[in-house]
Design a protein around this ligand. Structure first.
Ligand code: ATP
Length: 232
């Protein structure tokens, strides 16, 4: 049984449909990258998994359990954490306090503030700084750390690299194998194909709301990806 199974998902906003019959599964322990151009529906797919958008219960199964109709906070309790695009950290709280907020689900597991500081020494050095004073890269690092504090079985990362300098992006991506090694299944949404292929076991490409390609990162070719990405 897959950790996450999406069956025939269609979703959108009002009369606008962003996803068309998407079926996809994520195996426990793997890192799956969802790639695709601007507007392909990647964020919408993550919202459907995290519960910001709802579907019929059985269209989203987590560890075999139908959860498509559950609100986001209940999915956090089950072990699904979303690090959204835009980061959504609390500006008036310190770095350390932001991490503690991430632990509100009270799920137990390997991740504690100490473990997060070990993974991201940068955060340890600025733990008492107010979050509003952080750079974009620091905020993104904090958002990932906060996601880990809920001890997720499935961590959803939305466009980690957006707007960040390449060196910062490389630093953040270095952490992903360590997160995976801790037993957390990781789903990354990424526009940067090279970056995605480096960390992912498997890749799925969305094109205009449909899955245009999926396969093992080591087996699909650049040409297949370009076709699926640009719809050629
Ligand atoms: P991006 O890289 O731009 O985030 P994406 O692949 O994540 O792209 P989505 O954000 O899922 O794409 O958007 C898919 C489509 O849904 C786009 O056409 C977008 O304009 C539309 N869309 C996204 N959010 C909303 C919203 N809140 N209301 C209306 N339409 C939306």
């Amino acid at each position: 049984m897959s950790l996450l199974e999406l069956a025939d998902i269609s979703a959108g906003y009002g009369s606008f449909q962003a996803l068309f019959n998407v079926s996809l599964s994520v195996e426990e322990g793997e890192t799956l990258a969802i790639i695709g151009a601007n507007g392909a529906g990647k964020s919408t797919l993550l919202k459907t998994i995290a519960g910001l958008l709802r579907t019929a219960a059985e269209k989203v199964r987590f560890d075999g359990r139908p959860i498509g109709d559950l609100p986001a906070f209940e999915r956090v309790s089950l072990g699904i954490a979303l690090v959204p695009e835009g980061r959504w950290i609390f500006p008036s709280l310190s770095v350390h306090e932001n991490l503690l907020v991430g632990a509100h689900s009270r799920r137990t597991g390997a991740w504690t503030t100490d473990k997060v500081y070990e993974l991201f020494p940068l955060l340890g050095r600025i733990r008492d700084h107010q979050a509003s004073s952080l750079s974009g890269g620091e905020q993104q690092t904090l958002a990932i750390g906060r996601g880990l504090m809920s001890n997720p079985r499935l961590l959803l990362l939305d466009e980690v690299s957006l707007g960040l300098a390449p060196i910062v992006v490389a630093e953040l991506y270095r952490a992903i194998p360590a997160i995976a090694a801790s037993g957390t299944t990781v789903l990354v949404v990424e526009q940067d194909i090279g970056q995605a292929l480096k960390v992912a076991d498997r890749v799925a490409c969305l094109l205009e709301g449909s899955v245009a390609l999926q396969g093992l990162a080591g087996e699909i070719t650049r040409e297949q990806i370009s076709r699926a990405y640009f719809g050629m």
